[in-house]
Design a protein. Structure first.
Lengths: 209, 209
DNA sequence: TTAGATTCGATACTCGGCGTATTGGATTCT
DNA sequence: AGAATCCAATACGCCGAGTATCGAATCTAA
């Protein structure tokens, strides 16, 4: 997000020219991002320290601060670099099945070590607008765009009302998952995804006068 | 939560006896809790400092640490002492109206300065089990118990299925509010409460074969 | 080969907040 | 009076954020 611009001259490989000077170490960059994710998973946003990241990446603390202005920017970039490749929406011919399966995948991630990273970002984001904005841009919106398509298919098949508010519907499906994830007042299980899906989609059918 | 035990001898007013020594200053205690809430509202959990709390309460830093072992315990106690007196459930004869009105009240609080306190606690709670447990015990469960009664009335009136899972239903109603509150990806308006209520409760009616 | 530009890791530094220790004085008991 | 406990003030050690500086390494251009 707030990462410093790539140094002048390092214009990527499509341009043969390069500026003078020692080039940025790609190895160091990747090691820093990897260490950030690891420490974020074990210590959370508040517990993670830049010094520990540098130590684990076998890199000078200076090198971290040369490229990222502060902890939040580093975390946002690390999270973005880890773009979770799973979490795609299937197309089974049934909205209920499509959504339910994807929600099960999300719950699985929330319950894994990656969940710790997400909770660290959401927590840190309450005190850092850039961080929560990075979460939305890199995680929420890309998946939501896919979800819109899934819902549109459901509408065209007559499984959902034509005039349904897609954002309202998606918040109703995912909000409860985020709530249980963050407040931890009840179990977050695959079965919960199914029952949640059944309840909410029942209210979104056509002719449900 | 993890507050130190009240000093031996300060047994409350039901017992006339008191231990020797200067009694704890009730005025200082209240000033500390009040300052904590104020600073929490303006600076968040991470930005709030104990020194600032002591300064604003015109109290020595030592006095804070004498009674609360750390920042999280202080914040949890301050939040508990502020038990929000509004947020009761009406009884209008319609589940939809009862829930919608209460959800509007919650949204109003989330959008006020108190919302900042709640988000600070939920954020800090991701790194502190005691803090999130305090939130559940002092805020979530008391209101949820009232909500159960509201739902039971709806069941007996035939507005809801007899076998409805109350926790699932309540999470479906409140989860989206918490999600929008924390992720801030969409407006959190009273109108949202109404439409959310309509969608979810439609899926909870009887005979919705 | 040399000069200039830039990155690297290492180290030392300042700053601020957390939490502890100490001290002198105030308050309330026996 | 004397003991016990609280109070505010102050000083302190510790740790991590972020800055400054250094010599060595790596690249381009001439």
């Amino acid at each position: 997000m707030r990462q410093k611009p790539w140094p002048v001259g390092h214009r990527g490989k499509q341009d043969g020219k390069r500026a003078p000077g020692r080039p940025r170490s790609e190895q160091a960059r990747q090691a820093i991002l990897r260490s950030t994710l690891e420490l974020l998973g074990t210590s959370g946003f508040a517990g993670m320290t830049i010094e520990a990241v540098a130590m684990r990446a076998r890199v000078g603390k200076t090198t971290v601060y040369r490229w990222w202005p502060n902890k939040a920017a580093l975390v946002a970039d690390a999270f973005a670099s880890d773009t979770i490749r799973q979490l795609h929406f299937p197309d089974t011919g049934s909205v209920r099945t499509d959504m339910s399966r994807q929600m099960r995948q999300l719950i699985k991630i929330f319950r894994s070590s990656r969940g710790r990273i997400v909770s660290a970002i959401l927590a840190g984001g309450q005190n850092d607008k850039d961080l929560i904005a990075a979460f939305r841009a890199r995680f929420l919106w890309p998946r939501r765009r896919e979800a819109y398509a899934t819902l549109r298919r459901g509408i065209s098949r007559g499984e959902l009302r034509r005039n349904i508010d897609k954002d309202l519907l998606l918040d109703s499906l995912y909000g409860p998952i985020y709530m249980r994830f963050l407040i931890q007042h009840a179990q977050l299980t695959p079965r919960f995804a199914d029952r949640l899906c059944a309840l909410v989609l029942a209210g979104a059918r056509p002719h449900s006068k």
